[in-house]
Design a protein around this ligand. Structure first.
Ligand code: NAD
Length: 292
C-alpha cells in the first residue's frame, strides 16, 4: 500500500471544502486548488466557519481546530498540487470540465500519485481514460455534508490496480468513515436510488399533486426521512441533481430516468438551490421559504 501524507483537492465548492475539512482534521496536509483566488477564499471561509461550529458544539477542541486550519493551504496555481500523494477532484459534475482538469493536473503530479474523483454519477473507466494513469485512478465518493456523513462509496474503473484501491480504502478508514464498494455503473449505489426519488418528488410538484411544503412534510413524517426530497435537492444543488439524472437517463437508456422538465427549467434559470440563494426554497431571508 502507498503512503498518503499530502492530499490535493480540486474544486473549493461544497464537497471540496468538506473533503479538505475532514482530511485536515485527520492530520493530512491539504492543498486546495480552484479556478480563482476568490473561490478559494470563499471555500476557506466556509471551512473556518464549519470548524468553529464543531468547537462550539463540543465536537472538537479549539487547539485541534487551529491545528487543522494550519494544515490547509489554497492556491489558484495548479502547480501547487505537485507534492500531493493523492488528489481528490471535486469540481463541477460535468464530464468535459473534469476531462480538461485531468489534462492539466496529470503533468503536475508525482508519477505514483493517485488521482481520485468525487463524481456522483460519471463513469470512472471513461474518466480514467482522460488521465495518464488509469491504474492509479478511481472513484472516492464522499457524501454531503462531508464532516457529518459517515459513508464513502469506493468505485474501481476497469484498470484500477489493487494498490490504488487498498490505499484509498485505508485512507478513508483514517477519516473515520465507512466504505461501501460499488461497481462502475451510472450513479453507483446511493445516487442510483436517491436521485430517481428526488426527480419523482419534482414531478409530483410539477404535476400539482402537492406543494413544496406538502411534499417535504409528507416524506419527513410519512416516510421518516430526516429532510424532505425537495429540501435535499436544494442542498445537493439542482445542477448536480440534473447532471446525475442525465447520466442515468443516457447511461441506462431507460425513460424512467427522464429528468423532470421543472428541474431543467430551474437550472436554466440559475435557481440551483442553497448555493445560489434560491431553489425549491428561497434562502434570502432568515428562514427558507417554499416557492410553490
Ligand atoms: N453536492 C452534493 O451533494 C454532492 C455529493 C457527493 C458528490 N458530489 C460531487 O462532487 C463534485 C463537486 O460538487 P459540489 O456540490 O461541491 O459543486 P460546487 O458547485 O459546490 O463546486 C464545484 C467547484 O468546482 C470548481 N471548478 C469548476 N471548474 C473547475 C476547474 N476547471 N478547475 C478547478 N475547479 C473548478 C468551481 O469553481 C466550484 O468551486 C461533483 O462531481 C458532484 O457530483 C456532490
Amino acid at each position: 500500500m502507498s503512503t498518503i501524507r499530502n492530499v490535493g483537492i480540486v474544486g473549493a465548492g461544497q464537497m471540496g471544502c468538506g473533503i479538505a475539512h475532514v482530511c485536515a482534521v485527520a492530520g493530512y496536509k491539504v492543498q486546495i486548488y480552484d479556478l480563482s483566488a476568490e473561490r478559494i477564499e470563499a471555500g476557506l471561509a466556509t471551512i473556518h466557519g464549519n470548524l468553529a461550529r464543531q468547537v462550539a458544539s463540543g465536537k472538537m477542541t479549539d487547539e485541534d481546530r487551529k491545528n487543522a486550519l494550519a494544515r490547509i493551504s489554497g492556491s489558484a496555481d495548479i502547480n501547487d498540487l505537485s507534492q500531493a500523494d493523492l488528489v481528490v477532484e471535486a469540481a463541477t459534475e460535468d464530464e468535459t470540465v473534469k476531462r480538461k482538469i485531468y489534462g492539466n493536473v496529470c503533468p503536475v503530479l508525482k508519477a505514483d500519485a493517485i488521482l481520485a474523483t468525487n463524481t456522483s454519477s460519471l463513469s470512472i473507466t471513461r474518466l480514467a481514460s482522460a488521465t495518464d494513469r488509469p491504474e492509479r485512478f478511481m472513484g472516492i465518493h464522499f457524501m454531503n455534508p462531508v464532516p457529518v456523513m459517515k459513508l464513502v462509496e469506493l468505485v474501481r474503473g476497469i484498470a484500477t490496480e489493487e494498490d490504488t484501491f487498498a490505499t484509498a480504502k485505508q485512507f478513508v478508514a483514517t477519516l473515520d468513515k465507512t466504505v461501501t464498494v460499488a461497481e462502475d455503473f451510472p450513479a453507483f449505489i446511493v445516487n442510483r436510488i436517491l436521485l430517481p426519488m428526488i426527480n419523482e418528488a419534482i414531478y409530483t410538484l410539477y404535476e400539482g399533486v402537492g406543494t413544496v411544503d406538502a411534499i417535504d412534510t409528507a416524506m419527513r413524517l410519512g416516510a421518516n426521512h430526516p429532510m424532505g426530497p425537495l429540501q435535499l435537492a436544494d442542498f445537493i444543488g439542482l445542477d448536480t441533481c440534473l447532471s446525475i439524472m442525465q447520466v442515468l437517463y443516457e447511461g441506462l437508456a431507460d425513460s424512467k430516468y427522464r429528468p423532470c422538465p421543472l428541474l431543467v427549467k430551474y437550472v436554466e434559470a440559475g435557481w440551483l438551490g442553497r448555493k445560489s440563494g434560491r431553489g425549491f426554497y428561497d434562502y434570502r431571508g432568515e428562514v427558507p421559504v417554499p416557492t410553490r
